[in-house]
Design a protein around this ligand. Structure first.
Ligand code: NAP
Length: 509
């Protein structure tokens, strides 16, 4: 347990919406931030007079557009707002948050105050000096917290913000450090455990008031942000689009199930070398985060290998690592994709030793699948859109290679095969959603279709398999099976399959 607070930020246009949202926030929040700047101007008075009494502390904010607010506000409008709010605030119902450029002509000494600074364009140089400056400028306020929020893109952009938190803690001062953006999500989750005064959360997923905000429910129930401390073991997903990853929901479910002091966070990494140097390797890292392991995904599964101290045989043969365990500062690499792929397949199909398998795609996931299939004695043929590019791959694994037919070319069928496996992103949410590597006509006669894509839960290929009356497995089965292996590597424990699957299904449906 830590002493930090979760602040649910509410940005509503009308007083009625505001009141409805406050009522919903009450159960989740320690502090409810009312973004008064979000209200239409003629709704302000109604909002003031109808604010419900809650057992929670209110935080009042009235931001001008240049500091992330909804409207252009003159200095006069801002001062008038604060004067009238403070006049109404004799009972100290409100904690207030005003921007660094406001110096009030009236007495604020006793009102708990957050002084905030936002930079939506990036991380300014000398962030520590900015912090010191505001600390001095507002030294007359007895009861203040400095909030510094900066935009981050790659994970190492967050280092200065984390250092500020460490500085404030060493000086026994209150700070709210925020690294906005997906790359900074981990700071919002781990901040309270390391002494941040407060972390901001959205009332509902999709209603974030700043980039990278996590919903309050996820912060409490998935990440257990208020239960974490400095000894919490930190795991995370290393990838370049972590916002779509299901891994935090899967792994945090397992940690919670076993009541472990461990958390799994998104780690948005573009420059892997810099991340390893500045945040992971004991000899060179600039901050201490108690990292114990990583799940590794696109595009780092191969590049991570050069950073490892040890690699297990399976990962070496596949040529890709999707799991890292850190022991005494040393990085150990594993691959659980092969196991995760083949276990559900054996459950559904049985003995694979004579199975004829068509594998569509020749990328990272295909490597693990083909390794596992060959190990089971299956006869594999790869279907790739670019045969020239896939030649080396086919030679390395000693499997037959054919061109993947498209809908523009005469349709080939897979009737000579037992199993069809899709390892391409065709059908995946986003650009390729609704696409399929094969139509029902081509699938007739197969015994099983296995689609590695798991978002959406029902892909177009799976619908085509239904039409062709061929049994199917979706990518969720592999996702969970490989995660169970990861948990075994990290904690030595058997992870709860049912609970982990349910955690993902709740997000996908
Ligand atoms: P990758 O390394 O980028 O490989 C993708 C492969 O698909 C490449 O061979 C690529 O061909 C081919 N491809 C891409 N777009 C295509 C298209 N429009 N038509 C035909 N072929 C196409 O990606 P990956 O890591 O293997 O992942 C592939 C998919 O598997 C993703 O959807 C991922 O979510 C899923 N996956 C699921 C799990 C699970 O646990 N369920 C685990 C791993 C991966 P080129 O080489 O010609 O570009």
């Amino acid at each position: 347990m830590n002493n930090g607070k979760i602040c649910v930020s509410i940005c509503a246009e009308t007083a009625d919406e505001l009141i409805e949202q406050i009522k919903r926030a009450e159960d989740l929040a320690d502090v409810i931030e009312i973004r008064f700047d979000c209200l239409k101007k003629d709704e302000l008075q109604k909002a003031f007079t109808n604010l419900p009494a809650t057992g929670k502390q209110y935080l009042a904010t009235f931001r001008p557009r240049e500091q992330g607010g909804r409207h252009n506000l003159t200095l006069g409008e801002r001062l008038k707002f604060w004067e009238s709010l403070l006049w109404k605030n004799q009972d100290k119902k409100f904690l207030i948050d005003h921007e660094f450029d406001l110096k009030f002509p009236f007495d604020l000494k006793k009102t708990p105050t957050i002084i905030s600074f936002h930079d939506f364009s990036g991380v300014p140089e000398n962030l520590s000096e900015t912090y010191d400056l505001y600390d001095q400028l507002f030294s007359h306020l007895r009861n203040k917290v400095i909030k510094i929020a900066v935009q981050t893109d790659d994970i190492t952009d967050t280092i200065p913000i984390w250092k500020l938190l460490e500085q404030a803690k060493s000086e026994d001062k209150q700070i709210i450090p925020i690294a906005m953006g997906e790359a900074g999500k981990w700071t919002r989750i781990l901040g309270l455990a390391h002494g941040a005064f407060m972390t901001y959360a959205a009332l509902d997923a999709g209603q974030e008031t700043a980039p990278g905000q996590v919903s309050a429910r996820d912060l409490i129930e998935v990440y257990r942000a208020k239960e974490l401390d400095e000894n919490t073991e930190v795991y995370g997903i290393l990838g370049n689009s972590t916002s779509v990853s299901m891994s935090p929901f899967i792994h945090n479910t397992a940690f919670k199930f076993h009541n472990l002091n461990a958390v799994f966070v998104p780690l948005q990494v573009y420059n892997l070398d810099e991340f390893m140097r500045r945040m992971v390797k004991p000899e060179t890292r600039e901050i201490e985060l108690n990292f114990k392991g990583f799940a590794v995904t696109i595009p780092h599964k191969q590049n991570i290998i050069k950073h490892l101290d040890f690699i297990d045989e399976t990962a070496e043969k596949i040529g890709a690592v999707n799991t890292v365990k850190i022991v005494d500062g040393k990085l150990h690499g594993y691959n659980t994709d092969a196991h995760g792929f083949v276990e559900p397949l054996k459950d559904a199909y049985g003995d694979l030793s004579k199975a004829k398998v068509a594998v569509c795609g020749a990328g990272g996931a295909a490597r693990a699948c083909i390794y596992a299939l060959k190990k089971e004695g299956a006869e594999v043929t790869i279907f790739a859109r670019d045969v020239e590019k896939a030649k080396n791959f086919a030679e390395e694994f000693q499997v037959e290679l054919k061109e993947l037919s498209t809908f523009d070319s005469p349709l080939s069928t897979y009737k000579d095969f037992d199993i069809f496996v899709n390892t391409t992103p065709l059908g995946m949410k986003g650009k390729a959603e609704g696409e399929t590597p094969a139509a029902a006509e081509q699938l007739k006669g197969l015994h099983l279709v296995y689609d590695l894509v798991y978002i959406p839960f029902q892909t177009r290929l799976m619908k085509e398999a239904d039409i062709a009356e061929v049994p199917k497995i979706g990518g969720l089965a592999m996702l969970i099976a490989q995660a169970i292996e990861q948990q075994k590597i990290w904690t030595g424990l058997n992870a709860p399959m049912k609970e982990m699957s349910r955690a993902v299904l709740e997000r996908l449906r």
